[in-house]
Structure formats: C-alpha cells, structure tokens
Design a protein around this ligand. Structure first.
Ligand SMILES: C[S@@+](CC[C@H](N)C(=O)[O-])C[C@H]1O[C@@H](n2cnc3c(N)ncnc32)[C@H](O)[C@@H]1O
Length: 418
C-alpha cells in the first residue's frame, strides 16, 4: 500500500531528527531542551536546514491531523496577549534565573494583582515559557531566561506587541477606508493609535520608541550569516575596496562599521534621521574612515560621487510613490557606474521555495502594509521600481543569499551623457 502523507511526514521528521542528533552527539553538544542552562548551538548550514525541514513537516502534520475544521477553531488568539503581558510587566526579570518564586512574590515585584500574574504565567507555561515544578512555585525555562537576559530581545517583543500587533488588528479597516493607498499615514497603525502622523515621524517625538526601534534593527539584522555578514559575503565589495560607500537610512551605523572592518581601506558614511544618529560614537578603530551623519533621504543627497549607495531594509518601508522620490533625490549625486545596492527580501515565485521561508517574507510584506503602507517586492517589481524612477538606473538583478530569506538587489547608474 502506498505510504500516506502523514506517514511520509513522520518519516521525514524521523530521518532529519536523526541527522541532527548524530551531529550533536559527534560534537558533544547538548540535545535541545527547555532547561534553563540550555544554549542553542550554532549549526552548520547543512544541519540547520534539517531544522527547517522538520519544522515544516511537523506543521503540515499538525494541520493534517487537526482536520479542516479544527485548523480554524484551534487558532490561538491568546499567545500575543500573553507575550505582551510578559514584556510589559517584565515578568521574566521579576525573579532570578536559576531561582524560584511564588505567584505572590512575582505579583508584588511587578505590582500586578496576583490572580492576573497567575493566569498569565500558567498560560505561558503551556507554551514552555516558565515552569511550575511545585504548585504555586515558578522557575525559568531556557525560553523565559532568553527574555530576561537579552535586552535586545525584550525590545523586539516590545515592538511586536506594542506596535506591529495593534497595527495588524486594524489592517483590514485601513484597506477598506483607504483602498490602494500609498500614503504612509493611512495605515492600520494610524487607526490603532488614533494619530495620523507617519510611523517614523511619530517615532521622532518619542525617544523611547526610537531607541527600541534602533535596538530591534541591531538585533534582527545582527543575524550574522543571514544579514550584515550575508550582505558583505555575497556582494562584490572588492571592486570598491578603496572607495566610498554611503548607506542611507543606516540606523546607528552598524552595517558601515562591519563593512569598513571587512574592507580596511574603504570609507563609509552612514546616514539616518538626526534623532537616530544623535550621540552615536564611531568605534575607535574606525575613526577617520567611517562617519555617522544626519541626512533625510527625501532631500538631495549631499555626498556626491560615491562608488556605492547602500539601502538596507529601506524600500520595503515605502510604497512605490515614496521609494521613487527617495531614488530621485539620489540622482544628482550619482556618477556614471555608481552602484545602488539594496539588501532586502525579494519575494519568490509563489510556491517555489519552502512555505516557511516564503511565509516569513510574505509576513513582513503584511507588517509593512500594516505600519507604513510599504511592501515587499518580487524581482519584476524591483526592476519596475528602478526603471520607473529613471531609465538610467540599470537593473542588474538579484543575488539570493543562500540559506536565508535575504537578497542583494544590484543596480548600476549608467549616464553616458557625462
Ligand atoms: C527598517 S529601518 C532599517 C535600518 C538599517 N538600514 C538596517 O537595516 O538595520 C529603516 C531606517 O530608515 C530610517 N529612516 C526613516 N525615514 C528616513 C528619512 N526620511 N531619511 C533617512 N532615514 C530615514 C529609520 O530611522 C530607520 O533607521
């Protein structure tokens, strides 16, 4: 009898799990656990990919076994409020790692009524965030320890629960109210917060939000092999190794710091809004070669004739209307042959890659819609964006960074008239 899909999936899970187990055993690494002292090891790409396969197979198996009706009725609407409470009330930092605490102790430490603390933590425990080894006594798991000990992860949870999630709850209202809007202040975020400034303008007035956002950029983009390092490894920076690179919207300069360290004769200028760059110190070893300066990319680019202008995670924040404005403000600075390098998602052909990776890319597309009326783009949409901005932007193509959801989009300014 032919194997059923559920047996096939179970076999995939079993085979790939065995590969991971063997790797961990042969390298004397601990098997994954929720124990508070467990540390997630860095796995090589051929082993890490097994994790993705297992998680996809597990998810499909779960959905198949749930059946078409329970697929819907078991949707968990309480997960985000639980995380929100853990973040807002700092529950994970309310008692020591390795220690234990009663609900009453936690309630008094965070100044929240004990019944609420208990209901939140007991629900969190079902997600393996915290444990209750004895009735009424709470300890940490590796997951709650991560929130307690990684400040940038706290910022990430704050951004998700206090900005992205509320904005997402109003996305359908925004689509109905402002159909096809390209305006950054006609979004789910605006409806959810009942203020009609753009996401980034609102942030300028709230230093805590601004700091949290910059933290999240540093955290999510630090992902070594996937992001900053991926962009460095998968683009030909050697051809401008003694040149000048300008990054627009570079946040607090981390990418330029990495790039300048990689290429010791390169000069780099990282630009962002004044509040974002205020107080940023260039590390001692890069002084004289790297600058972090204020520049609004909706105004004319003051640094002329650089070899490359870099945009990482910028155009997804903006609809085509505004992205074209940003690109046109760059034109007066461009010399023939200048490169415009964009590090970002390039949406795949539907169904052409694993669902889990495609879903994450399409999910950021929804987040951009919810907060900014921005969007992710596929290869044709990237090409159109540049050619609509100016026919002298010569779209060279997309370099996909292996094993990740990021790509490098390369364009060369070709102005033979000069
Ligand atoms: C999604 S973040 C990306 C940050 C950085 N490139 C990275 O990949 O980590 C977008 C950045 O654009 C900046 N930004 C927004 N509006 C801007 C403007 N008008 N001029 C310059 N930067 C701006 C924000 O401050 C933020 O740092």
């Amino acid at each position: 009898m032919a194997k059923t899909r559920i047996s096939e999936l179970a076999a995939i899970i079993s085979t790939k799990t065995e590969i991971i187990e063997q790797y961990l055993r042969s390298h004397n690494l601990a098997s994954p656990s929720f124990d508070v002292d467990y540390v997630d090891p860095q796995l090589p790409p051929d082993i890490a990919v097994c994790k993705v396969t297992i998680s996809e197979a597990t998810e499909e198996l779960n959905s198949l076994l749930a059946g078409p009706s329970a697929f819907w009725t078991t949707l968990d609407t309480t997960f985000l409020p639980t995380i929100h409470a853990i973040y807002r009330f700092k529950l994970a930092s309310s008692f020591p790692i390795g220690g234990e605490a009663s609900f009453a102790f936690i309630a008094s430490a965070v100044d929240i009524p004990e019944p609420d603390v208990q209901r939140i933590i007991r629900l969190a425990i079902t997600h393996r965030i915290f444990r209750e080894p004895r009735r009424g006594i709470v300890t940490h798991t590796a997951i709650s320890k991560a929130i307690a000990t990684i400040p940038l992860l706290q910022s990430f949870l704050g951004l998700v629960t206090e900005e992205i999630w509320p904005a997402s709850t109003r996305i359908v209202d925004a689509i109905e109210k402002w159909p096809n809007s390209e305006e950054p202040n006609e979004t789910g975020y605006n409806l959810a917060t009942n203020q009609y400034e753009t996401y980034f303008n609102g942030m300028k007035k709230d230093p805590d939000r601004g700091k949290r956002f910059a933290d999240v950029m540093n955290f999510t983009h630090a992902g070594g092999k996937f992001e900053r390092a991926g962009l460095i490894a998968h683009y030909d920076w050697a051809c401008m190794s003694e040149g000048l690179v300008v990054e627009l919207g570079g946040s607090q300069g981390m990418m330029c710091f990495d790039l300048a360290r990689y290429s010791p004769k390169m000069k780099c200028i990282s630009q962002d809004l004044p509040d974002v760059v205020a107080g940023v110190e260039v590390p001692e070893d890069l002084k004289g070669r790297v600058e972090v300066v204020a520049h609004d990319f909706f105004t004319e680019q003051p640094v002329k004739n650089a070899d490359a202008y870099l945009f990482r995670w910028i155009f997804h924040d903006w609809s085509d209307k505004y992205s074209i404005r940003i690109l046109r403000k760059l034109i007066p600075a461009l010399k023939h042959g200048a490169r415009i390098v964009t590090g970002k998602v390039c949406l795949p052909e539907p169904g052409s890659i694993s669902y889990s990776i495609e879903r994450r890319m399409r999910a950021t597309d929804m987040v951009m819609k919810a907060c900014l009326n921005g969007r992710e783009r596929d290869v044709d949409q990237w090409a159109q964006l540049f050619t609509k901005s100016d026919s002298r932007f010569n779209f060279k193509g997309v370099i996909r960074i292996p094993g990740s959801r990021w790509s490098v989009i390369e364009v060369i300014w070709e102005d033979v008239s000069v």
